[in-house]
Ligand binder design. Structure first.
Ligand SMILES: *Cc1c(COP(=O)(O)O)cnc(C)c1O
Length: 366
């Protein structure tokens, strides 16, 4: 099994050619492959600009810096996310504020964000968790009415759509990660910012390259967060397969949904439209999560939790401002969530096996 889909050999030979092309070109950082990938990625998303950077976390950092978010500003986001989302806010000197999540889909809600607004709120980062579109239309409206920025953390949601548009087109910018396990992944770290604003994109291009506007002229303090040519070349090969990989993930999810029948194992609710979910992760919840995970492991089925410790319970985050009603839903989800095997090259037999193992999980006498 690998992450390269059914035609792994075809893809690998294409990629070897692409890598050789890059090596022979003698130009390895910020060149033609990056330019082309940026144009192709922007085109795929349906925005005018994409800017390649070194990682998903850097995409958030560079985008936040480009928007002028920094010390004295609050940014509202979710505690149920990769730590990188919140770390990016900290790294630009702003203060994260953690809002509780929806009990069903485990993402921010308009109500929880609304509860966390303050006079210093500058932005909201909506994480499209597990590959599902969050309430992006509603949050865009709320942010517009408050005069604050909506930012989409799209690191898990390549290709998902809402109201007929790709995710990553609703806010001031979107941050993408191409970490190898994401729906679109490179062969190392890589990321991108997408935005409808050419000005913001220009600012990101300067910031990712030491704050350099033209060669050896530094108009501000940036960082070194460039996308390598070899990753861009690989991503161009894989982007052509993204839609078919996402369809394969949707089939896997559908098969789990049809097969799982156990009183102590719940699927997350279906999205209101199938195009809203590209199943970066297939997550179930169970009040006996740890026991279920051991039961799966004993049968050779690997599972993980995303995420077992919400951000506010991580050691450095004890004083982070949080939802005035608390974060009980996030804490309950962290205790109950379990991610089942879900990738494009899983066979029906493998899914059926995992389903049969789940369905044979003992039923606790009540
Ligand atoms: C993976 C991920 C990131 C960080 O991306 P990196 O490329 O690993 O820096 C940020 N946010 C979310 C939701 C992620 O899943």
């Amino acid at each position: 099994m690998n992450a390269l889909g059914v035609d792994a050999d075809g893809l690998i030979s294409e990629e070897m050619e692409a890598v050789e092309r890059v090596i022979r070109s003698g130009w390895w950082i910020l060149g033609e492959e990056v330019n082309r990938f940026e144009a192709e990625w922007a085109g795929y998303c349906g925005v005018s600009n994409a800017v390649g950077v070194a990682s998903g976390m850097d995409a958030l950092i560079v985008g936040l810096m480009a928007l002028g978010v920094g010390p004295g500003d609050e940014v509202i986001t979710t505690p149920m996310t990769a730590f990188a989302t919140v770390l990016a806010i900290i790294r630009v000197g702003a203060s994260p504020v953690l809002a509780d999540i929806d009990k069903g889909n485990a993402m921010l809600t308009v109500e929880s964000v609304d509860r966390c607004l303050s006079a210093t709120t500058k932005a909201v980062i909506l994480v499209h968790l597990y590959g599902q579109a969050g309430p992006v239309e509603e949050l865009a409206a709320l942010c517009r009415s408050q005069g604050i920025h909506l930012i989409e953390d799209c690191a898990q949601a390549h290709g998902a759509m809402a109201s007929g548009s790709r995710l990553g087109t609703f806010g001031a910018f979107a941050a993408w990660s191409f970490y190898p396990t994401k729906n679109l992944g490179a062969i190392g770290d890589a990321g991108a910012i997408s935005t409808v604003s050419p000005d913001l994109a220009d600012r990101c291009r300067v910031l990712r390259n030491y704050g350099q506007s033209v060669r050896y002229v530094h108009t501000e303090y940036g960082l070194n967060s460039r996308l390598d040519e070899v990753h861009a070349a690989i991503l161009r090969c894989r982007l052509r397969r993204l839609d078919s990989w996402n369809e394969a993930r949707q089939r896997v999810a559908q098969r789990y949904r049809a097969g799982i029948a156990h009183p102590d194992v719940q699927m997350l609710p279906l999205p209101r439209d199938p195009e809203r979910h590209v199943y970066h992760l297939l997550v179930v919840t169970s009040s006996r999560r740890d026991e279920l995970q051991r039961h799966l492991a004993a049968a050779g089925v690997e599972s993980l939790s995303h995420y077992p410790i919400p951000v506010h319970l991580q050691p450095p985050s004890s004083s982070v401002r949080r939802d005035p009603v608390g974060l009980a839903v996030s804490e309950a989800h962290a205790r109950q969530c379990l991610s089942l095997p879900c990738h494009p090259s899983l066979t029906n037999e493998q899914v059926d096996f995992a389903v049969s193992v789940i369905n044979s999980f003992s039923i606790e006498p009540r």
